[in-house]
Design a binder for this molecule. Structure first.
Ligand SMILES: Cc1cc2nc3c(=O)[nH]c(=O)nc-3n(C[C@H](O)[C@H](O)[C@H](O)COP(=O)(O)OP(=O)(O)OC[C@H]3O[C@@H](n4cnc5c(N)ncnc54)[C@H](O)[C@@H]3O)c2cc1C
Ligand code: HEM
Length: 370
């Protein structure tokens, strides 16, 4: 770890246990100096309030080498245009962050720590600003909900029609917000189709426990609602030059980007075998099985294996999808795409590592950090 990294980590440990208070101070300081910034944040700051602070602290601490994360930071900067963030906002956010930490760190805080945070923040902010400035897209697109279908108790599939075309590549995701239901709360969702002539986009959403946005999108979104979509992000793209056979592993609505990539493959693939492993807790949550089966019947290169972890009478495979994938190996010559909840992705990556699949051949999107 470099000197800067050491200083950042060391100083954070001084305030770590007072995170809530640091967050409170940070937002109070920021809104006091710039009351207009309150408008950029969600209405319910109590549940949301540490989102930005956590994000900055994580970024500053993990992005020790900004060169390596250049593309990510530029994309993050571009993406911040959806919040109406302007260049002059960066300074007040950076100052509030350092003041909040200083206020709770006690006597051990030092000028060196101040400088370390200021330097790291400035480097990151500069990259984000470059990304935002270079972006020729609108900060977001309006799109109308043209279809909404409940496929299971907690799962909906819906389609939107952007008012202006939104270019993306199969496998990418966008941030979505619905001002009628949850103003200024943005969450990322994978696009479940390859680019279409009519520009429509399909999403598969699962309502999670106490989730604010996903449950609203599943239970309250209606045909005719307008949503806002931010610029596409993500690197889970097909490598057209690869001749290796491909395996997709999806848990629940992790099927969305897999469907998108499959749709793209149906447009040109003749030579690569493609295996889809689709897992869920019970059969109801295998919400898109008829469509997958239809594709498998139509394209001889495609095979589909389904599994339920909590449904003992399910007439397919049983167990976590990572275990099922392992049973069907060896896979060391294949390209892999994995998507789903944090635990599902983590378990699958572990299995693949144990099966000697080189990590460079594995692309993944994890829907949560836990
Ligand atoms: C790259 C990417 C692509 C994604 N694509 C999709 C997609 O196509 N379809 C889809 O349904 N979701 C997708 N997600 C997840 C989505 O962005 C939200 O995180 C999820 O819908 C929860 O948002 P929320 O507002 O409902 O919950 P929040 O309000 O953010 O969270 C509320 C509470 O629920 C907990 N929580 C959040 N997520 C989970 C979870 N998965 N399991 C258990 N508890 C949770 C939180 O810890 C918190 O306590 C994707 C995420 C990423 C990062
Ligand atoms: C180093 C600088 C910064 C970093 C690394 C950073 C990072 C992030 C990240 C990763 C998120 C979560 C993204 C998401 O949920 O879609 C976020 C959210 C947000 N950021 Fe930033 N950000 C920075 C600076 C700023 C600045 C200057 C502003 C201006 C006020 C700002 C305003 C916001 C807002 C409004 C949100 C949404 C908060 C919420 O939903 O609760 N950010 N930021």
């Amino acid at each position: 770890m470099g000197d800067l990294g050491r200083l950042l980590k060391e100083s954070w440990t001084l305030v770590e246990e007072h995170q809530d208070k640091v967050a409170g101070y940070f937002y109070a300081r920021m809104f006091l100096s710039r009351p207009d910034l309150r408008e950029l944040f969600p209405v319910h700051m109590d549940v949301q309030r540490s989102r930005l602070l956590n994000a900055i602290v994580t970024a500053v601490q993990t992005l020790e080498d900004p060169e390596k994360f250049d593309e990510y930071l530029r994309a993050l900067g571009r993406d911040h245009r959806k919040f109406h963030v302007e260049p002059e906002h960066y300074e007040v956010v950076g100052t509030s962050l350092i003041e909040a930490m200083r206020a709770y760190a006690g006597e051990q805080w030092s000028v060196e720590y101040d400088q370390a945070w200021a330097d790291a923040y400035a480097t990151i902010a500069a990259r984000m600003l470059q990304g935002a400035e270079a972006d020729t897209n609108p900060p977001y697109w309006y799109a109308e909900v043209v279809a909404h279908e409940r496929r299971a108790r907690d799962i909906a599939v819906f389609t939107v029609q952007p008012l202006q075309p939104l270019e993306f590549r199969a496998g990418q995701y966008v941030s979505v917000e619905c001002s009628r239901i949850q103003p200024r709360l943005w969450r990322t969702y994978s696009i479940a189709n390859a680019p279409r002539r009519d520009n429509t986009l399909e999403f598969h959403v699962r309502a999670v426990g106490a989730g604010w946005v996903s449950s609203a999108l599943v239970r309250r979104l209606e045909v005719g609602d307008m949503v806002r979509l931010a610029a596409p992000m993500g690197t889970m793209k097909l490598d057209r030059r690869s001749t290796r056979d491909t395996v997709f592993v999806a848990g629940g609505t992790g099927l969305a980007p897999v469907k998108s990539l499959l749709e793209e493959l149906t447009r040109y693939n003749r030579t690569r075998w493609v295996h889809v492993f689709f897992g869920a807790r019970n059969r109801e949550d295998l919400y898109d099985l008829p469509e997958l089966n239809r594709l498998a019947a139509r394209y001889p290169w495609l095979s589909v294996v389904t599994a339920c972890s909590d449904d003992p009478t399910y007439p397919g495979e049983h167990g976590d999808i990572s275990e099922v994938v392992a049973r069907y190996g060896p896979w060391n010559e294949h390209d892999f795409f994995v998507s789903g909840s944090g635990p599902m992705v983590k378990a699958t990556l572990k299995t693949l590592a144990e099966m000697q699949v080189p990590s460079i051949r594995v692309k993944y999107d994890s829907f949560s950090d836990f």
